[in-house]
Structure formats: C-alpha cells, structure tokens
Design a protein around this ligand. Structure first.
Ligand SMILES: Cc1cc2nc3c(=O)[nH]c(=O)nc-3n(C[C@H](O)[C@H](O)[C@H](O)COP(=O)(O)OP(=O)(O)OC[C@H]3O[C@@H](n4cnc5c(N)ncnc54)[C@H](O)[C@@H]3O)c2cc1C
Length: 394
C-alpha cells in the first residue's frame, strides 16, 4: 500500500475541493492554496448529471447535495422551439437503481458551501489570498514559494486553478485557453412551483435553457454563437441578455421579461483548454478546467472536475506517485476529450441558422434522435468508466 503523502492543491474550485476531499479521505495530508482573498463563489446555478452525483456520493456529500438542490423528476428534459412549440421530451439515466437522480440543479454557492464543509470536517486547511510564485522539483519533492513569501515543501502538487491557471506554465506545461465561438448568458429567478423539468428551447443560432436549482429558484442559460465580443459593462448585462433573446417566446418569455437592473445575471465568453498528455511533470499534475475546460453544452465540466479528484485518489492508492499520475492522465484524458468533442457537436447543432437546417434538426429530434443522442453519450461514458475501474487498467 503506497504511503501517505503531503499534497498541496492550488485552486479551491470544484476540481480542487473534490481532489482535497478524495485525497484526505484516502489518508493523505492535504492543504489547499486559493488565490481569491475571500472564498465566495460566482453564483447562478449548475446542473449535475448522475455521473457527477456519483462522484459527490464518493466524496461523502450526496445527502447534503440532494437536500440543497433540485432533482428533476424522471430526469426529464423538455425541448421546445423558439416560439414555444413542443419538440420532444428526453430522459437522462439515473444510477444506483434510482438512488442517484438523473439530473440535479443547484446553486453554485451551495455546491461550494457543501464541499467546503466536508473539507473542514476532514481537517483540510485552506490558505486564501495566496498563489504559487516559484516552483522547483528535486528528489521526489516539490518546493514552492508562495506569493506571500512563505516557502513550502510537498510530495505532490495538484494544479486545479481553472482555465487561466498560472502555475501550469511555471510547471512547464504549454497550453492556453481558446475562445470557443460562443458566449453564454445566465440569470436566476423565482421558480414557479409547476416548473420542474429541465427545459431547452432551440432557436435560430441560439439556445435558451431553464433549470430548477432549489425549491424556490431556477436559473436560465442562453448561448449565442459569434466572435468574442468587446467588453460589456456589468450594469448593462440584464438588458443586453433580454435583447439577445428577444425573439424567444414560450417558456423563456416570462424570465426574459423578469430581467431588470437588480437581476442576478452572468455573462461568459466560453473558452476551452485541451492539455495533451502527459498531464504531469514529475510530482506535479494538472486537473479540472486547467487541463480540459469544455464548452458547457453537455453540462459535464463540473462532473469531470470531480471525477478527476476521485480518480487521482484511486490511482495514488494503487501505485507510487509518478506511475499513479501517468495512469491518472491515461484514464481521464480520453474521457475528457470525448466529452469536449460531444459538447462541441451539441453546440454546433444548436447554432444552426437556416430554415432548412433547423427544420431537419427539429424533425430528427422529434423522431427519437434527441433521446438516441442522450443514450449513446451515456452508454459511451459508462463504457469509459467501466474500463477505467477494471483491474487491468494501466
Ligand atoms: C457558462 C458555463 C456554464 C457551465 N455549466 C455547467 C453545468 O451546468 N454543469 C457542469 O458540470 N459544468 C458546467 N460548467 C463547467 C464548470 O463550471 C467547470 O468545468 C468547473 O467549474 C471547473 O472547475 P475547476 O475547479 O477546474 O475550475 P474553476 O471553477 O475555475 O476553479 C479554479 C479555482 O482556482 C482558483 N485559482 C485560479 N488561479 C489560481 C492561482 N494561481 N493560485 C491559486 N488559486 C487559483 C480560482 O480562484 C478558483 O477558485 C459550466 C461552465 C460555464 C463557463
């Protein structure tokens, strides 16, 4: 059995928190360095499919997540066109004989609150307002100098700093975020009691989604293709969002009409990162968005970040650090590349512009194509996971 290690994690986002919990649960001495001065989280919501919820079960927080979030009954996703005409309904798969719901929406701040409480329970210290200024490796140890001047020695450094990671380059990785060609608008609203489905409206070039995130809240997310826009002042976000989706009627309309100066709105130009293997250099490994940020069309980035943490702890329990890091990358990179590719295709399908393309897509969706796409994606994901868990995976 490999020995307990001292492990430093840079970044306390979803990937960093999940890795901290999984590694502390496995008996390692873990500490986290977070650049933000205050540990507060841009909110709006996030949806987590059954595979992500399974990781949260492994991290010991699933009951708290189920209490705080909203599990969509029967994993229903109702599709409409831009005018609000119904197109089709699909169902996502649940896991563990239905004990793990197919899809759950939750406020991001709640997800982080629950992960941070679990870290506290496990005694994981988090240093805020600090980042890594210098990094050197010698004799199986990583020496770090922090931005506050403090020096640290650690057996293993996990870089979980998101897509704009700075430590990644310090460790010798050469990768940069790439604009995906899409922007996303998100907003939070009161949830009408009857709105319990995940809803997707397929427009001309644009998609607009609605997702319950608690007993009384939902969030919306609308994607727009196009070149990276110039700076849009934050005060203008609600009105700009309403304008971007002005042509949408049906389920979206009430929430677009609800947008006003005090609305909780977020605007993001979506970027991707695709770090080629190996994901480690000696005793330093990159996880989460810093290695594999995807477009959000599959809603799988958070799940992938959590799966990284769980997989990293599993590999370190089986082998010495460097072979374990190599096996970790070999397991996770093909899955993350598959998710990125699937997400890109869904984005392109949602960005169709001509009447003929839109009519053909909608006919395919109505004819069972939308459910087939869900089934194929999750069957493939399960196949990847099964292979990774088999004893002969190297
Ligand atoms: C619009 C949008 C919608 C999305 N919707 C979903 C969804 O519904 N479901 C889903 O599963 N995923 C979704 N995702 C993806 C998901 O949000 C990300 O994949 C996930 O947050 C990645 O987590 P992370 O911890 O790797 O990175 P991050 O969340 O970016 O966290 C990185 C952390 O590192 C810190 N940090 C940065 N630099 C340093 C440094 N130098 N030193 C120390 N700390 C540092 C940051 O402050 C931050 O706390 C969405 C993404 C976007 C953009």
């Amino acid at each position: 059995m490999p020995a307990s290690l001292s492990i430093t994690i840079a970044g306390a986002g979803i990937a960093g928190c999940a890795a901290a919990i999984a590694l502390a649960q496995a008996g390692h001495a873990v500490q986290v360095i977070e650049r933000a001065a205050r540990w507060e989280f841009a909110s709006s919501g996030i949806f987590l499919y059954a595979n992500g919820l399974e990781s949260l079960r492994d991290l010991g927080v699933l009951p708290a997540i189920l209490r705080a979030g909203f599990a969509v009954p029967e994993g229903r996703n109702a599709y409409f066109d831009q005018s609000g005409m119904p197109l089709t309904v699909t169902h996502y798969p649940s896991r563990d004989a239905g004990r793990i719901p197919a899809i759950l929406g939750i406020r991001r701040a709640e997800l982080h609150r629950i992960l941070s409480m679990r870290m506290q329970e496990l005694g994981v210290p988090v240093t805020l307002d600090a980042s890594i200024a210098l990094l050197a490796q010698r004799g199986g140890r990583v020496s770090l100098t922090l931005s506050d001047g403090r020096a640290l020695e650690t057996d293993l450094l996990v870089i979980a700093e998101g897509l704009r990671s700075t430590t990644r380059a310090l460790a010798g990785f050469d990768v940069a975020p790439r604009y995906s060609g899409f922007t996303v608008w998100r907003s939070v609203h009161a949830r009408p009691a009857a709105l319990t489905d995940k809803i997707m409206q397929m427009g001309r070039g644009k998609r607009f989604g609605i997702m319950p995130i608690s007993d009384d809240r939902l969030y919306t997310f609308g994607t727009v293709p196009g070149p990276k826009p110039a700076h849009i002042p934050r005060a203008d976000w609600p009105a700009t969002m309403a304008g971007q989706f002005a042509e949408f009627d049906g389920p979206a309309r009430a929430f677009l009409d609800d947008l006003g100066p005090r609305s909780e709105v977020l605007f993001t130009a979506i970027e991707e990162v695709a770090l080629p293997l190996p994901w480690h250099r000696g005793r330093v490994v990159v996880i989460g968005d810093a290695a594999h940020a995807a477009t959000p069309f599959m809603g799988q980035g958070g799940a992938a970040a959590m799966a990284d943490g769980v997989a990293l702890a599993r590999h370190l329990s089986r082998a010495a650090p460097e072979p374990a890091l190599a096996a970790f990358g070999a397991e996770r990179q093909p899955i993350c590349a598959f998710v990125q590719e699937a997400s890109r295709r869904v984005g392109e399908l949602g960005a169709l512009e001509t009447d003929a393309d839109i009519a053909a897509r909608n006919a395919r969706m109505r004819g069972g194509g939308a459910q087939a796409q869900v089934d194929t994606f999750y069957a493939r994901l399960t196949e990847f996971e099964r292979r990774a868990l088999s004893p002969d995976f190297t």
